[in-house]
Write a protein that binds this ligand. Structure first.
Ligand code: GLN
Length: 309
């Protein structure tokens, strides 16, 4: 088996030279300004080792990776009742698609597409103000990442709010079916701000440990969430974490992963490691182009695919 340190260093060195990097997201103006020429990677292993490469300490907008954390919290808050308002199936459509909502009575296919995450945000508002829900999200992320410095980039949140016409349409449409139960601007306020959380690869890899280690921050440590819940969230990451690119990601990488249009991907090798990669250039599905290549190479070299081999 090759040494993890060497594998990570080699991937980062090779990808630093990549000429084809995809394109940064431009529909959120603040994201369009991020220099494309960056790549970072962080791996936290079961024995507590942290391996970093490239721009692993540069913070970026986690965007849809936040959907993993809010799903964890909403399930903690309302439990399986959440599944009456959002499905568990891959959508086969773009992350911001509205088409399936009409014939599925406003119920989004899964919690990782935008519509689903807006429902999750709405669920977090039961008995809470938007500010409290956001406080809970930030507290959770800081706790699992063991870093109190993590914050929300207000400029990104504002930029997204000003241009979030599609998300606003999704929210209004779901509200018309009664799937959203709070004022749409409350659910959207939570959603836009959770997407604007700024984290580095090091932060994210640490934050993903509870998913890699059956609900624990270390294999022997105290439980953060029930192992069954961590396992189910990982299953959804595998089937839905890359939108209509989820099949391709499972085929190439074979790990549960969640991408964001900021160019980050959080992936987990169950029982072995939590991994974060970041490169702002995206493929046509809105997933980090170099990030998925890095994960494909890492999973192959370390034989970490959940499908073995
Ligand atoms: N905030 C982004 C949006 O709503 C999140 C999308 C993503 O990361 N795929 O469009």
């Amino acid at each position: 088996m090759p040494k993890l340190n060497d594998v990570v260093a080699e991937i980062a060195a090779d990808l630093a030279k990549a000429t084809e990097r995809g394109a940064v997201a431009t529909y959120i103006p603040m994201l369009a300004e991020v220099p494309i020429n960056q790549f970072g990677m962080a791996v936290v292993t079961a024995d507590g080792e942290t391996i970093l490469a490239g721009d692993a300490d540069t913070v970026f907008s986690i965007q849809s990776i936040s959907k993993v954390f809010t799903l964890t919290l909403a399930l903690g808050q309302i439990g399986d009742a959440l599944w009456t308002r959002v499905g568990k199936e891959p959508s086969g459509n773009a992350f911001n698609s509205i088409v399936q909502l009409e014939y599925e009575h406003g119920i989004p296919r899964n919690p990782f597409i935008n519509a689903g995450a807006i429902v999750v945000a709405d669920a977090m508002l039961s008995g809470h103000q938007p500010r409290e829900a956001l406080g809970a999200i930030l507290r959770f992320v800081r706790f699992v990442a063991a870093d109190e410095s993590i914050t929300i980039d207000e400029a990104v949140a504002r930029s997204e709010k000003e241009t979030g016409f599609r998300n606003t349409a999704l929210a209004n449409y779901m509200r018309s079916f009664g799937v959203l139960r709070h004022p749409v601007d409350h659910a959207l306020g939570v959603y836009f701000h959770q997407c604007a959380i700024a984290m580095s690869c090091r932060h994210l890899a640490r934050a993903g440990r509870y998913l890699a280690f059956s609900g624990r921050l270390t294999p022997e440590g105290p439980s953060v969430v029930a192992s069954e819940r961590a396992r189910r969230i990982a299953a959804l990451m595998l089937t839905c974490g890359h939108y209509d690119g989820s099949g391709d990601f499972a085929f190439r990488v074979g790990l549960p992963g969640k991408s964001g249009v900021g160019g980050g991907i959080l992936a987990i090798a169950p029982g072995k490691a939590s991994i974060a990669v970041w490169s702002p250039g995206l493929d046509p599905h809105g997933n980090s182009l170099l990030g998925s290549i890095a994960l494909e190479r890492l999973a192959k070299a370390m034989r970490w695919s959940v499908f073995a081999g």
